[in-house]
Design a protein around this ligand. Structure first.
Ligand code: FRU
Length: 475
């Protein structure tokens, strides 16, 4: 194995000099300079600078022994790529510096991540590891701080750390020996010695029935008076209106009692209705906003056929979103800073009768489109004849449709949507994020349109009026 310094230099070379090319490179989403990107890691605002680390394969577009890539931004719109923060070189991490989180404490940045290790027979061991930095660029590894707990398989990973009630807390995603997914809770006074408190949620802790074989990337925070467990369970069966991706991301909301380390919660609710969204992480910024960034991808789901692979890169992250809790429901909105991207603007009132109507005056492909619609009408809005959003007021379903990457047709459908009043769509060169009713529902997907594929088009079953505002977006 190459020594750490040589490996990091090689990858830093990619950061400094390589920029993959092609029609699907994004304008304002964070993406890897080359190679594969997956989960956002270590989100933290430190000394006024926003740090985003990410799971990265610098040298090819498949999964494997992950690194932590590193990017910083002051305004959330312009990004600077820094040298990779973590490379998998030591025995306790040799098959990947897997996902984790960051906290700032007494002038240092602490990264917690999972050291993934496999032996020659493919048997796995996992360690929760610590790396510390005084300048936010170079990280010194301190090795494992948590070893595999008894009663669990080696699928224990993705530590998320926070400070509350005078102590440090940590959650990790876990799989019990009987292949039930859980989240485990730990506590520490000094960020180095961790006490295992037991399962926080999952089968037999807070659920009586099975709910997936592994829970990845947990996050646990207070929002608007509720306690939220954000988690990405694997192994839920697809249903007509739920769980349509390969793996899901959602929340349980309830109450946390720090004295006993117990959480009581309601039902799991997915937080994204699109084709590509997984393993998000949140953090509190210096203004006290709870911000969330997700991976615009799903493991094992059509990843191998993304057309960007031919250009030497794959996947990107979502725009940062601000989270709020309103009447017990999680709302997500693109953060205000995204408005800095707005350029040329046009507005219109579009009245549709029985014929589909094309809005001639708009053809910019990288755009924010805001639509106000009449709440109880049924309609379809199509983007470049390629991506379709439909609402059916009779059965209260909201549908997103794009050409499938493999078979030629694909939909994601959600029921019990009690009226659509507005849609805010952020289109980048190869993605769309749709915020319905000011963030009550969100749908995140990659799109790979052929060039020149038409404009914005409206149709409705009965006469309907759309108020449209559009901005071309520039970074
Ligand atoms: C989620 C995940 C994490 C893991 C990481 C490895 O996408 O599987 O559980 O730490 O990706 O890259």
């Amino acid at each position: 194995m190459k020594e750490e310094h040589a490996l990091r230099k090689e990858a830093d070379q990619i950061v400094q000099t390589v920029e993959a090319a092609g029609p699907f490179r994004q304008q304002f989403h964070l993406m890897p300079p080359a190679g594969l990107m997956n989960d956002p890691n270590g989100l933290v605002q430190w000394q006024g600078v926003n740090h985003v680390f990410y799971q990265w394969m610098p040298f090819h577009t498949g999964h494997g022994s992950k690194w932590w890539g590193h990017a910083v931004s002051r305004d959330w719109v312009h990004w600077e790529l820094l040298p990779p923060a973590l490379a998998p070189v030591y025995d306790f991490e040799k098959n990947g510096c897997y996902s984790g989180s960051a906290v700032a404490h007494e002038g240092f940045l602490y990264l917690f991540y999972t050291g993934n290790v496999k032996d020659e027979h493919g048997n796995r061991t996992s360690y929760q590891c610590l790396a510390v930095s005084s300048d936010g660029v170079e990280f010194e590894k301190h090795g494992p701080v948590i070893y595999q707990p008894e009663g669990y398989t080696a699928h224990v990973r993705d530590p998320k750390v926070w400070f509350e009630a005078g102590v440090w807390w940590l959650v990790i995603g876990a799989q019990r020996l009987d292949l039930e997914g859980q989240v485990l809770l730990y506590r520490s006074r000094d960020l180095r010695e961790w006490e295992f408190l037991g399962p926080l949620a999952g089968k037999d802790a807070t659920l009586s029935a099975s709910f997936g074989y592994m829970w990845e990337c947990p996050d646990f925070f207070e929002l608007g008076g509720s306690r939220v467990l954000l988690v990405s369970p694997q192994g839920l069966e697809a249903e007509a209106y739920r769980y349509q991706n390969q793996y899901q991301t959602g929340i349980f909301t309830g109450e946390f009692a720090p004295e006993t380390g117990t959480f009581s919660h309601g039902e799991f609710r997915e937080i994204d209705l699109g084709f590509e969204f997984y393993a998000p992480q949140s953090f509190l910024d210096e203004q006290g906003r709870r911000l969330l960034i997700g991976w615009m991808g799903v493991p094992d789901q059509q990843e191998q056929v993304h057309p960007t692979i031919a250009d030497g890169w794959v996947h990107c992250l979502t725009v940062p979103r601000e989270l709020t809790m309103q009447n017990g429901h999680l709302y997500q909105q693109p953060i205000e800073e995204c408005r800095q991207l707005r350029g040329r603007n046009a507005s219109a009132v579009v009245a549709v009768n029985d014929e589909a109507l094309v809005w001639q005056s708009w053809d910019a492909p990288v755009a924010e489109i805001y639509l106000e619609v009449e709440k109880d009408k049924s309609w379809t809005v199509s983007w470049r004849r390629y991506f379709h959003i439909s609402y059916d007021a009779d059965d209260q379903t909201l549908t997103f449709e794009r050409p499938d990457l493999v078979t030629g047709g694909s939909v994601r459908r959600t029921s019990r949507v009690n009226g659509v009043r507005s849609l805010r769509c952020l289109f980048d060169c190869s993605s769309v994020e749709v915020f319905v009713n000011d963030g009550e529902y969100v749908s995140t997907s990659r799109l790979f349109p052929e060039q020149e594929e038409g404009e914005l088009q409206f149709s409705a079953e009965q006469p309907a009026v759309f108020h449209v505002d559009a901005w071309e977006l520039y970074s």
